[in-house]
Design a protein around this ligand. Structure first.
Ligand SMILES: Nc1ncnc2c1ncn2[C@@H]1O[C@H](COP(=O)(O)OP(=O)(O)O)[C@@H](O)[C@H]1O
Ligand SMILES: [Mg+2]
Length: 482
């Protein structure tokens, strides 16, 4: 076998025979090491041989196998401790030439120290940092990662990162990685997204994960930076709860404003019930009650009691505290249902509600009770605005729905009241601003919050002839990408 001209090679190089004894070193080696030919190579490099060295050694002796890379971390060179990567290749082992091992050395001391420095800096970071190999196995982690996940560093090192993922991400992760490695299509790398992670104790925590790719010396690795969102989530939940409570208070106050008309609405079936009950008693008292007549009266009585029950049920549903829930909703159904609640109030104030609902309006994703609450508030404000003095203009409130652009729908309530004076325009939506004797002034401010929460806008304009139109928009439910 002819040997390569290793004397021109700038990196230290040696060969060893089957016993591991060094038989040859090049010039670059001699510049670095005082020992060499005749020494056993393993005696020069402490901590170099991994436990499965023999198995690995067998592997690299197969043709076309990549060189075996070993790291020796405390090599003493001219009184200094240095770190070397040793790239081992198998030589031909024949009788004439007993070369078994050919190895090239790379001094990686500076790189290792740099890495250690970076890791020390990362340890001071608040966010958890995890460095993974190409297959998603955790190589390095910082102190925050240990704190966040509750595992020790050594429990995590060498484990697949799926250890920290709850289902279904855990099962999907390998497919994601494979998909990226084969197609190059990035789903999360360089983007970041909110996810759930799982700690050693099994607790799920909301996190923001950003993954980046590092390519170093032809080796691809991934770095994950994980920001714990638990506190933000708790704050968000507290805020949502507060909003729900406020919305509930708003509904109760509206119900309060409507007690007169509600009482009126319930009085009607109750009066009818009393009437049918009395006539039934009379029939019986006469002694020869006609069963058909009696039956007809009792049936009417029953119908009326169901009607009263339905009114109470609707009011209860509206007044109940509820957790905000988004549902796929048809606005026409929602508003028609609301009509029953608003109609009696309008009747009592001698105004007429006119519904002009667009056909085939797209579906919206909303909290139906809260949207009814907003619409009812606008209708009630419109009724209030059309007090006696203004009724000369007309007595009609028009409730309209329509599509706006390609992705919004609008609900508007147009009255024939005095409209909004310019100087109060800015005040309208501030809490506790009211021009009414017993108004709370919370209605519009709560409504605006509810609509904003839904991704829409609540506003108003003065009509050309008379009165004002208050309107709100809601986004149409379209298929969202994952
Ligand atoms: N349709 C309307 N026309 C004229 N003014 C209105 C109309 N709707 C609301 N406003 C004005 O906005 C104020 C605030 O309304 P709101 O927040 O619902 O509280 P409240 O109804 O308790 O007064 C009302 O007092 C009124 O002055
Ligand atoms: Mg109001």
């Amino acid at each position: 076998m002819t040997l390569p001209d290793t004397n021109n090679l700038p990196l230290p190089f040696f060969m060893a025979n089957a016993e591991g004894v060094i038989t040859y070193v090049n010039a670059a080696w001699r510049k670095v090491f005082s020992r060499g030919v005749g020494d056993h190579w393993l005696s020069l490099f402490p901590e170099v041989a991994p436990a499965d060295f023999e198995a690995q050694w067998r592997r690299i002796r197969q043709p076309d196998e990549a060189p075996l890379r070993l790291r020796s971390s405390s090599v003493s060179v001219a009184g200094q401790t240095r770190v070397f990567d040793i790239h081992c290749q198998s030589g031909l082992e024949t009788e004439n030439d007993p070369t078994r091992l050919m190895a090239t050395l790379v001094d990686v001391t500076d790189q290792v120290r740099g890495e250690a420095e970076i890791l020390a800096i990362l340890d001071t970071a608040v966010d958890a940092v995890i460095i993974m190999d190409e297959d998603g196995y955790m190589e390095r982690l910082n102190a925050a990662a240990v704190r966040l996940f509750g595992y020790t560093a050594s429990e995590m090192q060498g484990q697949p990162v799926t250890l920290l993922m709850p289902e279904p991400h855990r099962s999907r992760h390998e497919a994601y990685v494979q998909h990226y490695l084969t197609s190059g299509e990035k789903k999360i790398i360089g983007k970041g997204r909110e996810l759930q992670a799982v700690t050693k104790s099994g607790r799920q925590i909301p996190i923001y994960l950003a993954v980046s790719e590092i390519n170093q010396q032809g080796r691809r690795r991934f770095t994950g930076i994980i920001h714990d969102l638990s506190e933000q989530q708790a704050a968000r939940e507290a805020l949502a709860e507060q909003r729900e409570r406020l919305a509930h208070v708003g509904r109760l106050s509206t119900m309060g404003e409507m007690t007169a008309s509600i009482a009126h609405e319930i009085n009607q079936p109750l009066t009818a019930i009393a009437m049918y009950a009395q006539s039934s008693i009379k029939l019986i008292d006469r002694g020869n009650a006609n069963p058909d007549k009696l039956r007809a009266a009792l049936e009417k009585l029953n119908t009326q009691s169901l009607r009263a029950g339905a009114i109470i049920e609707r009011i209860q549903r509206f007044a109940r505290p509820q957790q905000s829930q988004r549902e796929m909703t048809r606005l026409s159904v929602l508003l028609t249902d609301l009509l029953k609640l608003a109609e009696s109030d309008a009747r009592l104030h001698e105004v007429e509600l006119k519904f002009e609902l667009a056909q085939d309006l797209p579906i919206v994703l909303c909290d139906p009770i809260q949207i009814q609450q907003v619409a009812l508030n606008l209708i009630r404000n419109a009724i209030d605005a059309m007090s006696e003095i203004h009724r000369a203009n007309g007595r009609t409130i028009v409730i309209q729905t329509r599509a706006v652009g390609s992705n919004m729908v609008e609900v508007s309530v147009a009255d024939q009241g005095p409209g909004v004076a310019e100087d109060v325009e800015d005040l309208l939506f501030t809490p506790f601003h009211t021009t009414k004797k017993d108004g709370m002034g919370m209605g519009l401010s709560i409504c605006r919050t509810i609509i904003a929460q839904h991704g829409g806008v609540l506003s108003f304009r003065n009509n050309e002839d008379c009165g004002a139109t208050f309107y709100f928009t809601l986004p149409i439910e379209t298929a969202k990408d994952e």
